[in-house]
Design a protein around this ligand. Sequence first.
Ligand code: TYM
Length: 333
Amino acid sequence: MSKKLVFSGVQPTGNLHLGNYLGALKSFVSLQKKMDCLYCVVDLHAITTFQDPKELNLNILETTASFLASGLDAKKSIIFNQSSVSGHAELAWILNCVCRLGWLNRMTQFKDKAGKDKEKASVGLYIYPNLMAADILLYKATHVPVGADQKQHLELSRDIAQKFNNDFKVDNFFPLPEPLIQKNISRIMSLRDGTKKMSKSEDSDYSRINLKDSADEIVKKIKKAKTDTNPITDNIKDYEKRPEAFNLLSIYSDLSEQEIQKTITEFAGKNFSYFKNQLSEKLVETISPIGSNIAKLLNDKKHLEDVLKKGREKANIIAEENLKKIREIVGFV
Ligand code: TYM
């Protein structure tokens, strides 16, 4: 049995949003109380689509600030950026040689991100899931908190781990990492279209609540959020065809740490403008302190760089120890 170890990553591609917070960061924080955790700013993943170097540099620090502002503690968790530990790239290459082409061809996120003209997508974007497997397996992590959109990548990581163990006849060398996906709300949807996930890349800023939004912006965005003309009812089945209403009610439930049924019972018969006021209040209460903390932390870039440097040193020790064994297993001299 491998020692329990948590690994997860977030891309430094700008403004983190409510989806990142409820789908990932919030669990990162609660897990650090119970287990050893590594949290990584995955800058190698970010460059699979072109990033302006100056913006990337700032976004790495801003993502680090968002980790800390959300409650991660650099004394409890190892916080670092991916490119600073070269083992990620080395293991990714080995895993590129383990993973089968057919497996990658099934990845729906590549199809979504590459769009119609996939010939023009970078090779990095295509083999992105193998780098993700390397991130996790480099530390022999056993648990990976992620939003539901990463489930397929996690399944691929397990397949790659299993094939490595079989190919090289090293039973259980890599543990099969378990995804930890929030049960109640694993995918926060866009505020403009309840069938699409909330995302940084969506054009309209009104589709998402950013962690750095001011209280006024949060209130305005919730006021404008799409709903429907039906009242709030307390029958959960009614929401199967009401994705926008369901999304807002789910966000409220998650922020209040209560089951969705309790929320719909609480608001049954009320109109959406009343509910939206309550939701805005909850959001401002949770998100505004994080936003102001991010701004404060960004005033001291040296501190953020120090956090990453210390994290890098700790991560690198574990990575090098595992890599030594991996190189031996593969047969490198
Ligand atoms: P990224 O940077 O897109 O998102 C970071 C985390 O936020 C979650 N998330 C959401 N959860 C719920 N609702 C949403 N609308 C939403 N949008 C984003 C994501 O599921 C993720 O957990 N490939 C990963 C980063 C990564 C990684 C890893 C994760 C690289 N290596 C190893 C785990 C383990 C990604 O692009 O996440």
